[in-house]
Design a protein around this ligand. Sequence first.
Ligand code: BES
Ligand code: ZN
Ligand code: ZN
Length: 479
Amino acid sequence: MNIKFTSDIDKKCGVKILGVYEGVKFSTFTQSFEKKLNGVISKSIKNSSFTGKFGEILDIFSDEIMLVGLGDLMKLDDKQLNKIGGIIGAHLLKIKKEKSILLLDNFDDDKNFAIAYGAILRTYSFDKYKTLNEKKVDLTFNIYSENPKKSEKDFNDVNAIADGVITTRNLANEPSNVLNTTAFVNEAKKLSKFGIKVDVVDEKRLKKLGANLILAVGSGSQNPPYIVTMQYTGNKKSKNTIALIGKGLCFDSGGICIKPSKGMDEMKSDMTGAATVVGIMESIAKRKMNINVTGVIGIAENMPDGASYKPGDVVKSLSGKTVEVLDTDAEGRLVLADCITYAVQKFKPQFMLDFATLTGAVMVALGEETTGIFSNDDNLVKMVKNASEITGEDVWQLPLGKKFADMIKSDIADVRNLGNPPRYAGSITAAEFLKFFVEDVPWVHFDIAGTAWSKGNDLAPKGMSGVCVALVNKLFENM
Ligand code: BES
Ligand code: ZN
Ligand code: ZN
């Protein structure tokens, strides 16, 4: 979707998008068009069931007008405005109107930006592999502004967040035959054009370092594993950095503990955590945020093979701690453990956030619309929850503690990668495993196995959601 700002209403801008509040109360723009068009708007409303309720739409095709119900003015917060944008965007796609101009009301820039953000995210589509499609609807969304130049410049921040979400979605939607481990690394390298320093730790260096957990996970694949670091220094005066860690399994077959074939295709997006980190890095760099952030992502493919790691193996991690592998399908925590150690040893972060499609169990607990969070720092959790309330990306904290840590004690090594009993508290024991490597660094773990994918809603079509990109942007803004 192309967003443009204009002060010219009468120019051929396409469909005029006008606002009506609940109880058929006209906004200023709507009033002026009603006058200009000699009552066409109220006549059309009388012949319909339109009342101005939030989210209602009425097309007046004869006059290229689209009426949008805004509900109660007092209730129009950012989340509602995002939604309205999404509803408008979806409708424009449906009626195939490529050009339109937003004239809902005399809203200030921030309100219009929130609407544009929703429209961009809802009209996203991943259609690069469709060759037989009818002509693609290429939307141009004009936004009325008295000072278009200034609005365009001020829109940069919101636009950068949308760009980050879209990058995350694009990466996560790619199939693993295209986006294999090396291809993912090449995508991450592209961040250097935004001034981010990208370093690729390849297999040879991983061996030298002793990052044996990620090496074990990648051992059955033709595609080599990597750890990639991405350093953004928006505050050159400070040596502090925040670390963002991401699980990047380009494909997770389960390995020797192979998954059932039903639904296995979804494991092409088991790299969504890493894609989330790449998306966040892009948006904060584009926003030129005054902070330092280091992304550390573990990229690998989990496959069954004669060279694969096996149940019962004991592997020495980068930290020196030993891990008994009881299930090769619990590979994400292994990759993350080495990434966490790498981040802690090399960058000594103030705090760490990790993102991972880590457990099916988080969906059993919280469903598909709530991200499970786990932490060793109450203050950080408070900040995450605040950000989540603003962006509408729902999170729920699940507990950690000794009784759960006891469930991952191994008989022969320092820790095991599977809870005992395996199916109990599955998301929590996975988080406890990570915590074993995090030690005392303030940290929040985001299990996005349920929320990475969207069934389709006002802000996302069906497919990968890009969850947490906006949330983390908001978290950094609020710091
Ligand atoms: N990538 C999966 C988790 C997952 C499942 C993500 C469904 C998205 C949708 C992860 O590597 C995995 O296989 N976890 C196992 C852990 C178990 C073996 C302890 C699981 O959740 O079953
Ligand atoms: Zn797995
Ligand atoms: Zn996995």
